[in-house]
Write a new protein. Structure first.
Length: 662
């Protein structure tokens, strides 16, 4: 593949290849390579819509958890085989658990597999691995310092990550498509490209400021842009930039390879490669099969995932900066990346044959059991989606969860903003609580539409669950109704208490003093009573904007292009409409029988009749009395053809130039 050519070029011009280096400043190359990762993840988001991510989300997540645990174990045992320290074993396991998004996605795009079932599943799996990298980068420093896993940090990191993703996706789906629609009105590719780059780098920088992966931020904003109607133009404009920086990224990988280190650690390189490639392939294939993919697709998924890449270098550099791993690990990882890139195409090519070979040699009862299991998993998902009552429950639960996450994310963002504001500015009384109180009150007022909506959804969910839990056929109606109402009120009250606790916890850094809080809550209640309908209308508008974005199909690349100019050959052509009168001799004849193109050099473009309109009719379409026939040709030929169709009527009686509009 072309990727190996880039890596080889980087190895040749790198600073570690004799007789002398051809590149003086490798840091600049590395910076350009980091930009390549951002563009790659953004382009990946463009091709992977949020609705597709939702479809493969749960199977991909379960597969990712399974294969990451397997590779952590494999890496730990390989490190123990060579006598490495416990932290070096853990870092090696984390490195082997994460595949290369850059190499895998580039290959999928070149092979045309990216939009298929296997390609979409692989993309979802890569996204889940990216989330795992974030957790690793949070946990490994604490583990290196104390030797223990910080459980509280794990929970806090996951919660913050969920709030960040929910807030970014919901706000982005409302704002970004409308921004791009406005910019596209200027018909300027330059202006649209600058806007896209600003969104891409701005979101990546926001993710970096919040100590998340820039790749994750770029992917999410790409998926948001993919929901806009300007997707075709954006993809066309971003392709050259993506290809340029991706080439630099692979060249930078080749420049990291040190020949002397490879010779000194040739044994670990070969052993890690020979155990990593089949281990990764087997773990991903088994995980994909357990979540409902067939054997052939599972092996294709596993073969594609057997590739180290960019995140391996990030984790290796993190280990070196912490002093937890030796300097040998980085070049070893680079060498394994190159070797896995060499082996992986052969595995992908032979994966379908390998699936046939394996299933052909399994005992018949085992094959039958695997087939039954695969059907059972598929039916399980179908049955879960087919139950209308539970489908409505899941929909309400999902909407409540998203709304609560938005509320919590707004308070967390307010706490982040409060760090850069003077706590007690002049003009505010001290008893008020200072700037945090003002921020808290402003956020609550902005969130009132969400609070009103989520309370109503909680009430509806409680009523629905009580109806499902207490059916009339199980109890007498006079006993069922009070019990159902009691359950409904209890569940609704529990949800309100939970909502209040989440609000207090999320806004703890901004909460005003208790006496001030009581006054502010009274003001909020009065606002709800006085402007509840207005807040509800605002929420409905926001929800409609979100649904409009998700339901509006994007324009294709061809449709987003400006219309082509009219060819010179058609500028002299004329359009004439002929109305077929009653008694005309051509009524009941087929278009092919008239031979208008052969006899007169004109063609029938369209036919309008009472029941239907025929655009570009075929030779077997029949003409009828009263039809309005649209002809195209030059003036002389149109006059002759019109006379033929009118069959003896005067030329002016049924000819209307350019009158038929379809």
């Amino acid at each position: 593949p072309v990727i190996l050519g880039y890596i080889l070029a980087g190895f040749i011009i790198g600073p570690h290849t004799p007789p002398f280096p051809l590149v003086a400043n490798t840091e600049t190359i590395q910076t350009l390579a980091d930009l390549g990762v951002v563009f790659l993840m953004f382009s990946l988001g463009l091709e992977f819509h949020l609705r597709k991510l939702q479809r493969v989300g749960m199977p991909a997540m379960l597969t990712a958890v399974f294969e990451v645990l397997c590779l952590l174990l494999i890496g730990h045992e390989i490190g123990a085989l060579f006598g490495w320290t416990p932290m070096e074993r853990i870092f090696l396991g984390c490195i082997l658990a994460i595949s290369s998004t850059a190499i895998i996605v580039t290959h999928l795009r070149e092979s045309g597999l990216l939009k298929g079932d296997a390609g979409q599943f692989i993309t979802g799996l890569l996204v889940m691995e990216d989330v795992a990298v974030i957790l690793m980068m949070v946990l490994l420093p604490g583990l290196a310092r104390t030797g223990e896993l910080p459980t509280s940090e794990i929970a806090l990191t996951m919660l913050q990550l969920i709030l960040f993703l929910v807030g970014l996706i919901v706000v982005g789906l409302i704002v970004v498509p409308r921004l791009l629609k406005y910019v596209s009105r200027f018909n300027s590719d330059e202006m649209l490209l600058v806007t896209i780059l600003a969104l891409c780098f701005g979101t990546a920088m926001l993710a970096a400021k919040l100590e998340y992966s820039v790749a994750l931020g770029a992917f999410i904003i790409g998926a948001i842009v993919a929901e806009s109607r300007e997707l075709g133009r954006v993809t066309r404009l971003m392709a050259p930039i993506r290809d340029l920086f991706m080439a630099v990224f692979f060249v930078a990988i080749g420049m990291m390879i040190k020949p002397s280190y490879l010779l000194d650690h040739l044994g670990p390189v070969l052993v890690i490669t020979l155990l990593f490639v089949p281990g990764k392939m087997l773990a991903c294939s088994l995980g994909a099969f357990l979540t409902g993919r067939d054997a052939k697709t599972s092996l294709v998924i596993g073969a594609n995932m057997a590739q180290l890449g960019e995140f391996a270098f990030v984790l290796a550099a993190l280990g070196q900066s912490l002093g937890s791993v030796g300097t040998f690990l980085y070049p070893v990882v680079a060498a394994v990346t190159v070797l896995s890139a060499v082996l992986r195409p052969h595995l992908i090519h032979r994966a379908p044959d390998l699936a046939t070979w394996v299933t052909g040699r399994l005992p018949a009862p085992v094959v039958a059991w695997l087939t039954v299991y695969n059907r059972w998993v598929l039916q399980l998902g179908t049955h879960r989606r087919a139950n209308p009552a539970m489908k409505f429950v899941r929909s309400l639960t999902f909407q409540i969860a998203i709304t609560v996450c938005l509320i919590a994310a707004a308070f967390v963002a307010g706490a982040f903003l409060a760090r850069y504001i003077v706590a007690h500015p002049q003009g505010l009384p001290h008893w008020l609580g200072g700037a945090p109180t003002v921020i808290w009150m402003g956020i609550v007022i902005l969130l009132l539409p969400l609070y009103i909506a989520v309370v109503r959804k909680m009430q509806a969910l409680a009523m629905l669950l009580s109806e499902i839990a207490v059916a009339d056929r199980e109890l007498e109606k006079r006993r069922a109704h009070p019990l159902r109402r009691l359950l409904s009120h209890t569940m609704f009250l529990l949800q309100l208490v939970l909502l209040g606790m989440i609000t207090l916890l999320a806004s703890a850094a901004l909460l005003p003093p208790w006496q001030t809080l009581g006054v502010l809550l009274l003001i909020i209640i009065l606002l709800v009573l006085g402007f509840g309908k207005v807040f509800n209308k605002w929420y409905s508008r926001g929800k409609f904007a979100l649904l409009e974005t998700l339901s509006e199909p994007p324009l294709t690349e061809e449709a987003s292009e400006p219309p082509a100019p009219l060819p010179d050959l058609l500028r002299d052509a004329k359009l004439v409409t002929v109305i077929l009168p009653q008694g005309t001799a051509v009524a009941g004849k087929l278009i092919s029988e008239l031979e208008l193109r052969t006899r007169f050099g004109v063609s029938i473009v369209a036919i309008r009749r009472a029941q239907e309109n025929l655009i570009n009719p075929g030779p077997d379409d029949e003409l009828r009395e009263g039809d309005q026939v649209l002809l195209i040709g030059d003036d002389a030929h149109l006059a002759e053809a019109s006379q033929c169709l009118r069959s003896g009527h005067r030329p002016s009686s049924g000819v209307v130039e350019g009158s038929l509009r379809l």
